[in-house]
Ligand binder design. Structure first.
Ligand SMILES: Cc1ncc(COP(=O)(O)O)c(C=O)c1O
Length: 369
């Protein structure tokens, strides 16, 4: 019988994620599967916690990868830290802020949404004014809005909530591993990410980190966490302490992959990795400009790892993506929501962010246009 896996060809992943995976991470994924309570595996789990703490610049003890994609990380933090009736402020300037509002609303929170034009960043003054009007139990924002290519001022927003009891939640799905995150200095109480963007692992894990204030909120809940699988008060018993207790069977090989991916970033040096992302982004923007293409986002707010480019008049948006994939084995992304059909999203995430990939893409784009 035909084996469909034999037909898989290598594609240069330059969309909004997943990104390219290095040979070292593929090799890690194919190591022998250990038991989820095997002491050697527990050693690897402990190492991953330390690696994540280093990359996030945090002392938070509760820093672990959850089983599930970035959305599971989002859902986990909201189900653990929000109770019915809590006041939650969501800052929305793209699809993922919108998703956070949906998740919080389903939990019975009183959700206020401050919306900013898609393609522009969150306005810190507007947030400040809103915090003067009403007290919130949680403020949530997306660091790197993958749907628009906008970098939000996460550190500045953190200063606004630093001295208040309001928990500060940040989506770092696209930012982690591509730009600096200083979780403790920026006063972030709860952060989630995903493995398939700048960490350059396949999708399937969601690193999360909770500050002592967030853990206190979790421990002092009036109501049970309404989702058993994502209940962090249960999951910690598998990730912490001398004797580890079964909660669910961890995705062992995915965790090998994450361990290796984090090793690669920490060995190269996070600063060097961020610089590589910036340099590739700059090279890409110059090349796009030479082709007469315009960026969606103003220069100071552009993400290095996700480049939103306006589709020129008269160009078949989907047709171009199809040709890049069929003829050049390069994948780029389409626009989402109100930006569907209007932009392409070109990812330079993690292992993908290399000058030879930028050059190969620009050559292919020139020929295709
Ligand atoms: C900023 C952001 N948040 C959340 C998600 C959801 O992650 P996943 O698709 O891994 O569930 C994504 C995915 O693209 C994202 O870019």
């Amino acid at each position: 019988m035909e084996n469909l896996l034999d037909g898989i060809e290598e594609v240069l992943l330059m969309g909004p994620g997943p990104s390219c995976v290095s040979d070292e991470v593929y090799a890690a994924l194919s190591k022998k599967t250990l038991g989820h309570l095997d002491p050697y595996f527990v050693k690897i789990m402990d190492a991953i916690k330390g690696q994540l703490q280093a990359l996030l610049q945090t002392e938070n003890r509760l820093t672990i990868p959850l089983s599930g994609t970035g959305s599971a990380g989002m859902e986990a933090l909201f189900v653990n830290l929000v109770e019915p009736g809590d006041n939650v402020l969501i800052l929305k300037n793209g699809v993922f802020g919108m998703r956070m509002a949906e998740v919080a609303t389903r939990l019975g929170a009183v959700v206020d949404v401050l919306e900013f034009e898609w393609g522009t960043p969150v306005d810190v003054d507007a947030v400040k004014k809103q915090l003067e009007v009403k007290e919130y139990g949680m403020l949530a924002v997306v660091h790197a809005e993958t749907s628009t290519g906008v970098l939000n001022p996460v550190a500045d927003i953190g200063k606004l909530v630093a001295a208040s009891p309001c928990l500060y939640l940040v989506d770092a799905v696209t930012s982690l591993g591509g730009i600096e995150i200083a979780q403790d200095t920026w006063h972030i109480d709860a952060l989630y990410s995903g493995t398939q963007k700048c960490l350059s692992c396949p999708p399937g894990l969601a690193p999360v980190s909770l500050s002592p204030a967030a853990v206190e909120k979790l421990m002092k809940r009036q109501t049970k966490v309404p989702n058993w699988y994502l209940d962090l008060s249960l999951i910690v018993n598998y990730w912490e302490g001398e004797s580890r207790a079964y909660h669910h069977t961890a995705p062992i090989n995915m965790l090998y992959g994450l361990y290796q991916a984090l090793r690669l970033i920490l060995d190269e040096g996070p600063e060097m990795v961020y610089q590589r992302h910036r340099e590739c982004h700059e090279e890409l923007v110059v090349g796009l400009g030479d082709l007469g293409l315009e960026m969606l986002v103003d220069k100071p707010y552009r993400l290095p790892m996700l480049n939103a480019v306006k589709v020129p008049q008269g160009v078949d948006e989907a047709g171009l993506r199809r040709r890049l994939l069929n003829d050049y084995k390069i994948e780029i992304g389409a626009g989402l929501g109100p930006l569907a059909g209007k932009i392409w999203r070109i990812g330079l995430m993690g292992h993908t962010a290399r000058p030879d990939n930028v050059e190969r893409f620009l050559r292919a784009l020139r020929e295709t246009l």
